[in-house]
Write a protein that binds this ligand. Structure first.
Ligand code: ATP
Length: 168
């Protein structure tokens, strides 16, 4: 087990240009899903986030893929990124089927799926969110979900910003 300090040191060189990653990702998603509107809101000047670009991409794909899979009529998705002090806040909002209140706390568990019968057609195995959470926590970030059944879901995550000397 690495101590938190050792972990921070080994991650110090990692920095992700969130603006670039989000624009690239949405450009690709718009090609694959021409029927879905992706609405992107980004702070005009966003510092680098302390995470590898590859891992950030992987996390965002899991969240956006879920937003698409668990939406029916209105598949439009809002993605936003803003700075709040030493953190960057990212969120993915859908207008989908939502998650029942008594199950929200379960969805980060490995292999947990709400209503297995209904979502089986989507072919998931219930690993996406647990992987996303583990990755984010590796970079000292956090992830949480707000959801209303039949209304939609908001997944929020934070990541530390990279400051001038690479520390935070
Ligand atoms: P996969 O392993 O392919 O990611 P999965 O989508 O089932 O499969 P998770 O991403 O871990 O796995 O999600 C767990 C469960 O949480 C899902 O099965 C689904 O029931 C629920 N869920 C996740 N995201 C959303 C969302 N945006 N809206 C509604 N339900 C969601």
């Amino acid at each position: 087990e690495l101590t938190r300090a050792e972990n921070n040191r080994s991650l110090m060189v990692e920095k992700a240009n969130i603006d670039k990653i989000l624009h690239q990702l949405i450009k690709n998603l718009e090609m694959i899903h021409p029927d879905i509107q992706f609405k992107l809101t980004i702070d005009r000047i966003l510092p680098f986030a302390m995470i590898s670009e590859q891992h950030l991409q992987q996390i965002l794909i899991i969240l956006i893929d879920n937003a698409i899979k668990y939406s029916k009529e209105n598949k439009d998705i809002q993605i936003s990124a803003e700075q709040a002090g030493s953190e960057i806040l990212l969120s993915v909002i859908d207008n989908g089927i939502g998650i029942p209140a008594d199950q929200v706390h379960e969805v980060f568990n490995r292999f947990y799926r709400v209503d297995k019968a209904r979502s089986r057609e989507n072919g998931g195995i219930g690993l996406g969110l647990s992987i996303a959470k583990r990755l984010i926590e590796k970079y000292n970030g956090s992830i949480s979900i707000n959801s209303k059944e039949g209304i939609g879901t908001k997944v929020s995550m934070t990541l530390p910003v990279v400051t001038e000397n690479g520390r935070f």
